[in-house]
Design a protein around this ligand. Structure first.
Ligand code: ADP
Length: 472
């Protein structure tokens, strides 16, 4: 199949969160299965063009209608690991940050319009748009006669971000303004429009696919999603297991594997040194990596942190996000020097050293479509403690509930006491030391969270989408 991806962030070129990991590694897995994959992403200004040998001037440019005028778009491209990647270049789209500008909705509408313009010469079999930034690609493709044979697939990586904006944006890219029932007057909701129009909709874990049909997790779109239930797929994300591989990771001090885990102790000591923690081999070291936003359970983390540290644990945190949460962590870090190490910012290489050097990894999310942090942790033998929600519930099984299959610790209610109980159980098992902990770590490391199984499910889904398109 000829498959076209469109996403705002794609690893390794531009990354803010898990969307980049998926849009970077799933195409490679599909290419390995024999499919032809092209990935579109904006040429963000922060993107390192030299490092990835992205041509400075593109061979292909197009004049794309945008509002009353036209935008001149360039399409420099490269081929890497069997995947063709096309960068959409225009001053209005490319900025230092991937998101966070008042005109994000317009930037990404132009991105979608530019992708459609580039597809019509050689229409693909599948147009696969990811999250709200690429969402308008779906109704745009549906209205483009030359693309009428292409099946459209929309993947929800996070339903909470819908790109709600003024209806003006529709006019800019030539879409009709007719309102969806859930849109307010003069509002456009790109994500809702993709959900309404795509041949198939998917999301990134089986559990989240069920959750989003309920008012609790549906973010106001649960009614629409229930209507499209028959076309909604849940496919759990994989990770790039050759990139995230403790046996080959160039970012870590000592390499290790399930068969020989001795290097992990060195990585722990190095991490303690690097982040200014006391170098104590026996102190349980907990890692946190992620966006510091309400979704990630920062309230629970900051509530239990003092108790956890009083219990002899250490905490290493890497993240960036809402200023109030950053301030809260700064406060705690100042009070608990040597036990709590805080790095505010985005640092992919430090992230690998935390995954490798920590003993346990914390993700007490309020909701979690899939979550990749726990999958990467498992790969590095770092035992996850998570709230059993969304993809965390799909991928982490409590060792106290199921000793044979357990790979971590989990709790259900979004309450500090429930989180503390899971942590207490984790500490107890960690301190029992010796065989049971090593056995748990070995089992975690041996699990297969590669794309192998999930990429095949995506191919099945594409076939279903193509069938739906033919029927339409
Ligand atoms: P989300 O997509 O909601 O942010 P995920 O768990 O799905 O959460 O994916 C987050 C990805 O981004 C992981 O690969 C994680 O390691 C990475 N990440 C998040 N914050 C940072 C950070 N501050 N520095 C480096 N990597 C980060």
């Amino acid at each position: 199949m000829r498959i076209t991806f469109a996403a705002a962030e794609v690893a390794p070129y531009a990354k803010v969160g898990g969307l980049a990991d998926v849009a970077g590694s799933l195409p490679q897995a599909l290419a390995a299965l024999g499919h032809e994959v092209t990935v579109y992403l904006p040429l963000h200004r922060s993107l390192d063009q030299t490092k990835y040998a992205i041509p400075g001037s593109a061979e292909r440019t197009r004049s794309v209608p945008y509002g009353e005028a036209h935008a001149r778009i360039e399409y420099p491209e490269i081929v890497r690991d069997g995947v063709r990647t096309v960068f959409v270049k225009h001053a209005r789209i490319g900025r230092d940050k991937v998101y966070g500008y008042p005109d994000d909705a317009k930037r990404y509408a132009l991105f979608c319009r530019a992708v459609v313009a580039d597809l019509i010469d050689a229409p693909p079999d599948i147009v696969h748009a990811h999250d709200w930034h690429a969402a308008l690609l779906i109704p745009l493709a549906a209205r483009t006669r030359r693309l009428s044979g292409a099946a459209t697939v929309f993947t929800i990586h996070n339903l909470a971000y819908q790109g709600r904006t003024s209806a003006e944006v529709l006019k800019l890219v030539g879409l009709p303004r007719a309102r969806l029932p859930i849109e307010d007057r003069n509002e456009a909701n790109p994500m809702a429009r993709a959900i309404a129009t795509a041949d198939i909709i998917s999301t990134v874990s089986e559990r989240y696919a069920e959750e989003i049909l309920t008012p609790e997790f549906g973010e106001r779109l649960d009614g629409m999603l229930r209507e499209r239930r028959a076309d909604l797929w849940g496919i759990t994300n994989g990770i790039d297991t050759s990139f995230f591989d403790p046996a080959r990771d160039p970012q870590i001090a000592a390499r290790f594997s399930a068969d020989d885990q001795t290097g992990k102790a060195t990585d722990k000591a190095q991490l303690q040194k690097e982040t200014g923690l006391a170098v104590e081999p026996k102190a349980p070291l907990f890692g946190v990596i992620g966006r510091l936003v309400e979704q990630k359970g920062v309230d629970l983390l900051t509530a239990v942190a003092p108790w956890l540290l009083d219990n002899g644990a250490q905490l290493v945190i890497l993240g960036t996000g809402e200023p109030t949460y950053e301030a809260k962590w700064k406060d705690l870090a100042a009070k608990m020097k040597g036990r709590l190490a805080l790095t505010l910012g985005f640092d992919a290489s430090l992230a690998q050293r935390i995954y490798a050097g920590a003993d346990l990894f914390l993700m007490p999310s309020r909701f979690e479509p899939c979550g990749l942090g726990q999958l990467i942790s498992l790969r590095y033998g770092t035992i996850p403690v998570v709230r059993a929600v969304g993809g965390l519930a799909t991928t982490v099984h409590d060792v106290d509930a199921d000793a044979g299959r357990g790979n971590g610790f989990s709790f259900k209610r979004y309450e500090a006491a429930a989180f503390a109980d899971a942590l207490q159980r984790a500490l107890h098992r960690y301190r029992a030391d010796g065989e049971p902990w090593v056995a748990l770590r070995t089992r975690a490391m041996r699990e297969d969270h590669s794309w192998t199984a999930s990429a095949k499910r995506y191919v099945e889904m594409y076939s279903a989408a193509a069938k739906a398109r033919r029927a339409a």
